[in-house]
Design a protein around this ligand. Structure first.
Ligand SMILES: C[S@@+](CC[C@H](N)C(=O)[O-])C[C@H]1O[C@@H](n2cnc3c(N)ncnc32)[C@H](O)[C@@H]1O
Length: 206
């Protein structure tokens, strides 16, 4: 019988409802401390993934900008075996946890990179997920830890970078954003759906 993250993944593949608690049980003590505020709830991830991969016949390459311990990407990879999910995370502790979970998961369509999202070219991806990645620069008390320098200027620089990258994506590009100020979204995207008290927003490029 499979246990831990592998059991969670197999349950998703079968179409079972999985819980946040099951996922949290796979985390180490440090990363578990942030579960309720910093990692996407399973039901939100499910809906976001279904939106991002709704168009059939495309080789979806979905990027989670600030992927934390990889919860969104792992769920996506379990749900959509023909899509590939990529996560970039600046905090080494979280990215290492994500790598460990990916190794144990048995999935071969999920990859994590430790680094700054500013170093990526968004044209390498087809769809994007954003769970308020830069907010800690506006509200330092909400930060996961003190391992990175927090400064309001970074918020504007990072949000501006993401906006510019998204602005130049091809027509039809899909973005799902959860919470956030909306500052990353360019005006050439239509808001096509909102759920979870309007915190999950689904966007398509015109
Ligand atoms: C609210 S958490 C979301 C985690 C994950 N996307 C999820 O939904 O479970 C935001 C994450 O973005 C990361 N982050 C913030 N700015 C980043 C940047 N410039 N490059 C890479 N990661 C970043 C933070 O370290 C944090 O782990």
């Amino acid at each position: 019988m499979k246990s831990g993250i592998s059991a969670w993944v197999q349950a998703i593949k079968r179409g079972d409802v999985v819980s946040d608690e099951q996922f949290d049980a796979c985390l180490n003590a440090f990363t578990k401390r942030h579960t309720s505020t910093h990692y996407t709830p399973c039901d939100v991830a499910l809906q976001a993934v279904q939106f991002l991969c709704a168009e059939e016949g495309r080789g979806h390459r979905i990027l989670d900008v600030g992927s934390g311990v990889g919860k969104f990407c792992l769920m996506g990879a379990a749900l959509m075996e023909h899509a590939h999910f990529f996560g970039i995370e600046q905090r080494n502790s979280l990215s290492t946890m994500a790598d460990e979970l990916a190794d144990q998961s048995g999935l071969n369509n999920v990859s994590f990179l430790c680094g700054n999202a500013m170093n990526l070219n968004f044209k390498d991806y087809t769809g994007f997920y954003l769970y308020n990645p830069f907010y800690e620069h506006l509200e330092p008390f909400s930060a996961i830890d003190e391992s990175i320098e927090l400064d309001e200027d970074y918020y504007h620089i990072y949000a501006g970078f993401v906006r510019k990258q998204l602005q130049n994506m091809p027509k039809g590009t899909r973005v799902a954003s959860y919470y956030g100020m909306g500052d990353e979204m360019p005006l050439n995207y239509d808001l096509v759906n909102q759920s979870f008290n309007n915190h999950l927003k689904c966007w398509i490029k015109r």
